[in-house]
Design a protein around this ligand. Structure first.
Ligand SMILES: [Zn+2]
Length: 306
């Protein structure tokens, strides 16, 4: 079992790579679950939670901790040194970095992100995956908060100057020709280099799943409000220069899962620009506020028992 989980975790997912997301539930029942990802984040329904404050990003500036980037047939993935850690930000535990990878579309303007915000799909999405500190992999996959993933939208901005970190990363990605190929990063970029243009206090939070089989419902999701804005040439690298494998000649494109239904509440961070601010007089903490349905049920119970 552990071996299976490790394979899954490392992203060696050859089997499902040939299968479109619509067919996943037949093969992996959890993909039909009630807490699936990605979702459309409706900012007007996101409840403000003042406990969702600043994150602590430990060692995110260390370029030496990003050693290689690998072609996995479904995406490109960088394995991360576990000395990089994620804390606070309303998380109930500390998390250690595991890997990051990306999702993209098929052309400029086609859309390629997994999450959407108010129905808007971005050009790409970056996922930085962390697992809860101190848990075995078996336990990581047995808990609703076993993994914490940071999701960043990437948007093309015409006329913007080239971001050196992303430019250097894509120069290396051009050399990944086949499934299993990898390249050394040689201190090219740090995690913070990739995300520092974004206001990291503005985000949305919900509990969901992996967006690839077996769709395990073990992820605390953080989706940032602001996109990483990049020159079109950087984004083009992903859908123009990468192939599913060299011999097939088929380009690696549209590796995103469409949005899913998920019954869990979405919360907005203290710093988020757009959220449902109910003005009920409390401090806006999601923990202190009952859902309208729950309050109705409690009121009904009270009326019937009196
Ligand atoms: Zn992903």
């Amino acid at each position: 079992m552990e071996a299976v989980l490790i394979l899954l975790f490392l992203g060696l997912r050859q089997l499902e790579s040939a299968t479109a997301p619509a067919h996943w539930p037949a093969l992996y029942p959890t993909c039909n679950g009630t807490r699936q990802s990605p979702i459309d984040i409706k900012t007007k329904e996101a409840v403000r939670n003042n406990d969702l404050g600043k994150f602590l990003f430990l060692m995110y500036d260390e370029r030496q901790f990003l050693t290689t980037i690998k072609h996995t047939a479904m995406t490109v993935k960088v394995t991360l040194n576990t000395r990089m850690q994620l804390r606070a930000g309303g998380l109930n535990a500390d998390y250690v970095a595991a890997q990051f990878h990306l999702h993209w579309g098929k052309s400029i303007g086609s859309g390629g992100s997994e999450h959407t915000i108010d129905g808007k799909q971005a050009d790409m999405e970056l996922h930085i995956v962390h697992r809860q500190k101190g848990l075995s992999l078996t336990n990581v996959f047995a808990r609703p908060d076993g993994l914490a993933v940071l999701g960043f939208h990437i948007m093309i901005e015409h006329g913007i100057s080239e971001d050196p970190a992303w430019k250097n990363l894509t120069k290396i990605i051009k050399h990944l020709k086949d499934d299993g190929d990898y390249q050394h990063l040689n201190d090219t970029v740090s995690l913070m280099d990739l995300i520092r243009s974004v206001n990291l206090t503005k985000y949305y939070r919900y509990n969901g799943s992996l967006t690839t089989p077996e769709c395990n419902q073990v992820v605390v999701w953080t989706v940032f409000e602001e996109p990483i804005r990049l020159n079109a040439s950087v984004v083009e690298t992903f859908f123009e220069d990468l192939y599913v494998n060299r011999t097939s000649g088929i380009k690696l494109r549209e590796n995103f899962r469409p949005t899913q239904h998920n019954r869990n509440q979405v919360y907005a961070s203290r710093g988020a620009t757009k959220a449902m601010d109910t003005g009920t007089g409390n401090n806006g903490s999601g923990k202190a506020r009952g859902s309208p349905l729950l309050l109705l049920a409690l009121a009904s119970l009270y009326l019937h028992s009196s």
